[in-house]
Design a protein around this ligand. Structure first.
Ligand code: ADP
Length: 255
């Protein structure tokens, strides 16, 4: 409990710092990208300077992606929650996840037949699944199985005040992790990957998004065998009809 509190305070402090910098930085990037695009409009595509202006715009976009990651992690992103079925969200993102993990890894989904209504920001929950898939891919360089399952947990019978929870289980048959890594996994900037391969933000973003949805994430990992993440999100019962998960604008960024 004390450890969890310490972790939450640390996340809060780094989150505020990163969020503050990311926000101002984003404004600067908007100016850079804006002027680069104006330059492009003044030039013909044969001009050598057109190519340079194009590269400036592309570099600004890459930096903006990183900044969006920092903002997501610091929970400064506005939420637009919708009431939808968790199973449908998984089905919707399945094709994209297949591309993230690549052909050597098998994707298995086990979706509960009955609807699991949750109140979530679709783009953010998809980002959670994409980040988990990217890590699973990195943990299975020689191939393996990546499983996503949905379920329902009724904590009330056990005196759990949180009530019914929709559950997503995300498992891989990869290399797993040692005790220190599983303890530090949600720490911002904690990575065991080589420089240039990992930012150490993926799981911190996942943690931030799950917290913002008043959910919970836990993991169990065995070195050499694989890792299982369990995410619980409050089930929303009764009320309005579920909204369909339509095609999203753009796709989540990996990494
Ligand atoms: P990054 O992927 O950039 O290193 P993350 O925050 O996503 O940052 O992950 C932090 C660390 O947690 C990783 O470097 C890796 O050591 C470990 N990790 C995360 N997911 C898994 C997984 N599915 N299997 C094994 N290790 C993992």
């Amino acid at each position: 409990m004390e450890e969890q509190l310490r972790q939450a305070q640390k996340m809060e402090a780094v989150g505020q710092l990163a969020g503050g910098v990311a926000h101002d930085f984003n404004n600067v990037l908007t100016v850079i990208a804006g002027y680069a695009n104006i330059l492009k409009m003044d030039l013909t595509s044969e001009s050598a300077h057109y190519e340079l202006a194009d590269q400036i715009a592309a570099a600004a976009e890459r930096a903006a992606q990183l900044t969006r990651g920092l903002l997501a992690f610091s929970r400064k992103q506005a939420m637009s929650p919708q009431r939808c079925d968790l199973g449908e969200i998984v089905r919707h993102v399945e094709q994209f996840l297949r591309r993230v993990i690549g052909e050597d890894i098998q994707l298995k989904t086990e979706i509960l037949p009955e609807p699991l209504p949750v109140q979530v920001d679709l783009a953010q929950i998809e980002q959670v699944l994409v980040n988990l898939a990217a890590n699973a891919r990195d943990a299975m360089p020689g191939g393996g199985v990546f499983t996503i399952a949905t379920g329902l947990r009724d904590g009330r019978g056990n005196g759990d005040p949180a009530g019914k929870q929709a559950v997503i289980i995300v498992a891989d048959s990869g290399e797993g992790m040692d005790e220190e890594t599983s303890r530090r996994i949600f720490e911002p900037f904690f990575t065991t990957k080589e420089v240039g391969k990992g930012t150490g933000l993926g799981m911190a973003i996942v943690y931030g998004i799950v917290q913002q949805h008043k959910g919970n994430i836990s993991l169990s990992s065995t070195p050499g065998q694989g890792t299982v993440f369990t995410i619980e999100l409050p089930l929303v019962e009764g009320g309005a009809a579920l909204q369909p998960v339509l095609a999203q604008q753009g796709v989540p960024q990996t990494g």
